[in-house]
Write a protein that binds this ligand. Sequence first.
Ligand code: BGC
Length: 549
Amino acid sequence: MANKPNPKVVEICKQFILSDEDLKKISNNFLADIKKGLAKETHPEAVVKCFITYVTDLPDGKETGDFLALDLGGTNFRILSIHLENRKSEMINEVYELPKDKIVKTSVVLFDHIAECLHNFIVKHHLQDKLLPLGFTFSFPLVQVALDAGLILKWTKGFDAKDAIGQDPVTLLREAIKRKGGMNVDVRAIVNDTTGTLIACAWKDPNCRLGLIVGTGTNMCYVEKVENAEMYQGDRTKEYVVINTESGNFGSDGSLDFIRTEFDREIDSKSINPGHQLHEKMISGMYLGELVRLVIVKLVEKNVLFGGKSSDKLKTAHSFQCKYVTEILTDTQNTFVHVKKVLEEMEVKHAKKQDWQDLYYICDIVNRRGASLAAIGVATLINKMGFSPVTAGIDGTLYRLIPGFHDQMMEVMKRFVDKNIEFKLMLSEDGSGRGAALAAASGLRVRLSGLLGRFSVEALEKLKLSQLEQCELCWTSGLLVIGLELSRSQTRIYTRPAASRLKWLHSLEELESSYTGWLRAFPSDNVGDRYYVHSQVTTSGIATTRIPK
Ligand code: BGC
């Protein structure tokens, strides 16, 4: 039996091999991009956005209760009901399909589908009578303005409900839930899947400081000092905040061009979002199968594989699924059981033993590059944070299912993580779902700061806080505009432009409860001025940023 790949295959695949010099350069570029994302001055043009998550505390194990979690952003959409108690969780998990026609039309189509599935879940599990706090894992680039609010920056991974860009997914969800009716849920937190993974792993391992996803897409979040997070508008007494780096977009300014292959360029040019998510397109499950297919097609054309004979299926873009790569890589090199099965599915009937070996080799080399790229990113952030011991929580099908993915990451990391840092990679057990529930649990605690976070409009640096008698701040997620008046001893909330006053509030608790009631009491058509407002209000002062839409 052949046990070595064909040298011609090896030659073509060389492009996927990263030297330590390449990895060092990638690490330097990534660190520079992280710093750009964090800094106010360079954030607008940064390709690695480093979004603030408003998660300033990791779970302390006291989180208790029943929660719902929605997980949107992978190949499937999942709903979970989770009971948390004494650092243990019990979960019911249902997976729902996300047909293409639901994800590329409008926000209403997408969110109505989600609400429909949620309704089915609630009815199926007899949860109608309970008021359930909900954590929403939303795994797309989001400019977060509070724990339960944000604005969608762009779609990735084949989603494309264009009108949703610039809207708040929590509002879209709440409205869809209302349209559907018959549900008693309270959306309390929105988290990226990386953040969900970090939170869930930190619940188990208090040294966890980083979350990585290597699944349909890829991304990393990590714990940063508030003093370095210049875009942070929250409570300054907090020392740390979780940063959603959106590292999948790394390289989109050309900084990875020195390692991109002809195949990477082809994938990108034919994708729904050319020029974006270039790092993700070199690593993640959405693109891995297609990368392998493009290499195969080239080798068939060169008469190196399958005796130069292709199949219609092999010629079809995206026909080589990611799961074929994971299956092939679970093969033992002696039997090639999965290679043969995959070739059958690809309608390639004329493969020989050498082809089996070569196909295994191609999958391995392409995937190994992804593992190295993920690893160097994690190593860079671990070195930047400087915690030791430190754990990285990881989720996603590639890390979970591909034998050797963990070891390949470790190999790279051992070479690049500072020698004085002790580190560990931890597989998350259903990270993002449990993490979202934990975030919803803490959402109650931090909701007020979230609310205040929303009102932080700019620059009341300009206003003299000490003289502040009355101040009008506006918030809109596209549908609601409200105003907040503050004086030293009193706070009141009213809608704009009608300014229909609610009542004076004398304590922050009152503000919280009144706000919740208020939001429900006012219909969403009180739209006045439209601003996207990014702000910070604390009991001691206000800082505001007002960005016209
Ligand atoms: C999204 C990230 C997400 C990652 C993993 C990327 O496409 O932009 O927000 O964390 O996929 O799901």
